[in-house]
Write a protein of this length. Structure first.
Length: 504
């Protein structure tokens, strides 16, 4: 079945030009126009072109989120410093749902990672083959349709729209894939600890109670807040987030409660605070443990009286906002140490949700890996990534102090920097080997102490020589790559080799 037939069938034969549009934001006029023309002609889809994020936003202001475009293709660094990733954020905040593809003139890992964090479908490094953009748009279309069409339609047929291809790709991963039961509002987890969290979210979502989410950094506290909001009756209103630890103390009050014109230098007009912006919705107070004491008092009053007082105003505003707070700190300890107000703690801790560290639920690691890999597999079919069994064991044995966020970053880097499509132990960052029981176990058997003892200095030096030479051989003499395998600076490796007279 070709692309066009598929679309006609899927939409009862209605014109594909009625299908939600593709939006392109590109400040290079010539490039923008050629992309638009090419996609219109080859896919017969409605393509709208904007030269800046401002233009695009102005146009979107006229739409209701239900009139989603299905795909946004944007340059990352647009003229006048505007930023494609920010544009994606703003539109998603407004409730638009679409698949995003970003184009970037410079391929930096950081940019790519920032892009995938925003749920970006794929990024293209300029210059790229226009054909590749078309392929990605078709895949984006497939993704979009799979969410609005019955499964049979999506998996029917062959060619670009056959869902079977994707299954083929993923079945080659030697990793357990998350099932529907392992997925809850975008969160993955099969462990008892995570199933308990999902249960609790479901129970509390329908209430208006204040929630306190506690747990180490990167365990998904923000995802929990978002799930509670989505499942609550407030979901048509805003969920507004404030990172209480990231905003300077002197600005936080006005950020939360708003200010009146002239309230302080720089207050050139009245400004609504985040509580007011969250009216009838939910406010997510992240890193509440870092809130300055003075504001803790004010927040307590707001929670008790359900009224806010903008800075410089003498009038109170009634608010109807559900409060969800989160912290990676041990708040009870902070209370005991006098760093956090006890009365506020009890006011917030109506319903606690405790997020488990990843090392306490290692069985979720393969599922999460598979979930993060999916972003890449679905965007590029040639990416059939698998893991050597030892690689997986090492990932399972590591303690993940940065929890799911750290795992997500490691997988993204592995995918972006990988040499082949099988990830081997030597592709892993050095930290995974440190204090890893599996790696330590190997060392133990490798270096069993002989009855007669050893010359430790000599042995250590021999081991060093051997590992350096192995790394140099494996990388065909590339000192840069060899130094990575050994977790050394390139210059340290060169110095060592000079000192030891080691050359290939
Ligand atoms: N169970 C999960 N399934 C899928 N992705 C997850 C899960 N938990 C966390 N993540 C991902 O890990 C990253 C960190 O999650 P999040 O920001 O919610 O953590 P956090 O606990 O709020 O961190 P912090 O305390 O540092 O603010 C995000 O990219 C999120 O999508």
């Amino acid at each position: 079945m070709d692309d066009m037939n598929f679309l006609h069938q899927s939409f009862d034969g209605s014109s594909v030009m009625n299908f939600p549009p593709i939006i392109i934001v590109e400040d290079d006029k010539l490039l923008g126009l050629s992309l638009k023309k090419y996609l219109e002609q080859t896919l017969k889809l409605n393509v709208q072109l904007y030269s800046s994020s401002e233009d695009c936003l102005m146009n979107f202001a006229k739409f209701h989120p239900k009139e989603n475009p299905f795909c946004l293709v944007t340059d990352i660094s647009l003229e006048q410093g505007s930023d494609g990733l920010l544009l994606i954020d703003i539109l998603k905040d407004k409730g638009f749902e679409f698949v995003s593809i970003v184009m970037t003139g410079f391929a930096s890992i950081e940019t790519a990672i920032a892009a995938t964090k925003k749920g970006v479908f794929h990024y293209l490094t300029k210059p790229f083959e226009i054909e590749n953009l078309k392929k990605l748009v078709i895949q984006a279309l497939q993704t979009k349709l799979s969410t609005v069409l019955p499964r049979e339609i999506v998996s029917e047929g062959e060619g670009v729209f056959a869902a079977g291809d994707r299954n083929k790709a993923t079945s080659r991963l030697k990793i357990d894939r998350p099932t529907v039961e392992d997925t809850f509002e975008g969160m993955i987890g099969r462990s008892k600890a995570m199933r308990d969290v999902f249960d609790r979210i479901q129970k509390v979502a329908k209430t208006d109670s204040t929630i306190l989410i506690m747990g180490p950094s990167g365990t998904g506290k923000e995802l929990v807040a978002s799930a509670i909001h989505k499942l609550s009756s407030r979901n048509l209103k805003n969920r507004v987030s404030v990172n209480c630890g990231a905003i300077p103390a002197e600005l936080l009050e006005s950020e939360l409660f708003g200010h009146m014109k002239g309230a302080f230098t720089g207050a050139i007009s009245n400004r609504k605070g985040r509580f007011e912006l969250a009216q009838n919705g939910t406010i997510f107070l992240d890193e509440i443990g870092d809130m300055p004491q003075l504001l803790q008092v004010k927040l307590l009053r707001v929670l008790q009286e359900r009224q806010i007082e903008p800075v410089g105003s003498s009038e109170n505003i009634d608010i109807d906002v559900r409060v969800i707070a989160a912290t990676h700190r041990d708040l009870e300890k902070a209370v005991a140490e006098g760093k956090f107000r006890e009365d506020l703690f009890y006011r917030l801790n109506v319903i606690p949700i405790k997020m488990p560290a990843l090392k306490e639920r290692r069985e979720d690691i393969p599922l999460l890996i598979s979930h993060f890999l999916d972003r890449f597999v679905s965007a590029d079919r040639s990416n059939e990534i698998s893991f050597a069994p030892l690689t997986m064991d090492l990932l399972m044995g590591y303690d993940w102090p940065g929890n799911v966020r750290e795992l997500e970053n490691v997988i993204e880097r592995l995918v972006i920097l990988r040499g082949g499509n099988e990830i081997l132990p030597e592709d892993l960052p050095a930290k995974i080997f440190r204090s890893n029981p599996l790696a330590t176990h190997q060392y133990k058997t490798l270096f069993e102490l002989p009855e007669i003892g050893v010359d430790l200095k000599q042995i250590l030096s021999d081991i060093e020589d051997s590992l350096i030479m192995q790394a140099m051989n494996r990388t065909r003499g590339n000192k840069n790559q060899a130094s990575k395998l050994l977790a050394l600076n390139r210059t340290t490796l060169i110095e060592k080799m000079k000192k030891k007279n080691l050359e290939l």
